[in-house]
Design a protein around this ligand. Sequence first.
Ligand code: NAP
Length: 283
Amino acid sequence: MAELIDGKALAKEVRAEVKTRAEAFAAKHGRAPGLHVVLVGEDPASQVYVRNKQRAAGKAGIAGEVHRLPAETTEADLLALIAELNAAPGIDGILVQLPLPDHLDDQTIVDAIDPEKDVDGLHPFNAGLLFVGRHGLRPCTPSGCMRMLEHVGCNPKGKRALVLGRSTLVGKPIALMLLEKHATVTIAHSRTEDLAERVGEADIVVAAVGRAELVQGDWIKKGAVVIDVGINRLEDGSLTGDVDFGGASKHASYITPVPGGVGPMTIAMLLSNTVDAAEARTR
Ligand code: NAP
């Protein structure tokens, strides 16, 4: 049976590290690292995410506020707020909660964030730094996945990794991070043929699709490490991942649960990025 990779416990460790660093930063600079979150509209899931991020930031010694804007906010008004946050010296991180309402283009707004304050790591400048293998702010979810692999002693070097999904948010950046660590990476997506075979070859499987239990348990190679990024809500209201957890647990060496796996790590890495940004800006 696979061992569980406990995202909650590991996230707690990361948040404790962040708190120590945030306190050291505050002692040196006379202010806490600052994270400002922008939430446009009333999307209930986004409201929950933002509340959780704000609470976690406060507990980790990170200051800041949430800017709640009405759903009908214009692009010009949103860009004006971002320009203000970019210019404020005490703000180290800016996060615009996505997705934005339909009349606003996510990428246009993300492009307006100062890359040095882009703690979500989604600005094309930071994506470019990751592409060329240089230091920069990296997307939180894939960074959290890498930290989980490290935690269980899974060194990607020479291993076959299968990333399911090719989004800018998760699939592409985690594929680059695994490649940087010398894995042999395959990226699968909705047009991939023989998906079961591709999964079956992998020593590391990262599933970031958004289809409940798409990855069947008996596809998993014996001893593989399985990181399930997917969050899918079932009709009964419960959450499940992209991997059949029960079936995959019989074959994998390590597996992340949903919930309690990658999710908590994403927030922890956001806080870590905020302190990274604060330190880099004041260096
Ligand atoms: P996304 O932008 O919708 O991308 C989904 C990817 O899955 C696409 O590349 C798509 O392929 C691929 N795909 C769809 N159906 C497929 C199929 N039947 N077989 C193979 N590939 C398929 O999603 P995302 O933003 O990357 O998020 C993925 C999942 O992770 C979602 O459940 C999301 O809620 C979750 N998530 C969790 C966290 C966390 O903190 N735990 C953070 C971010 C996202 P094409 O490119 O060909 O369309």
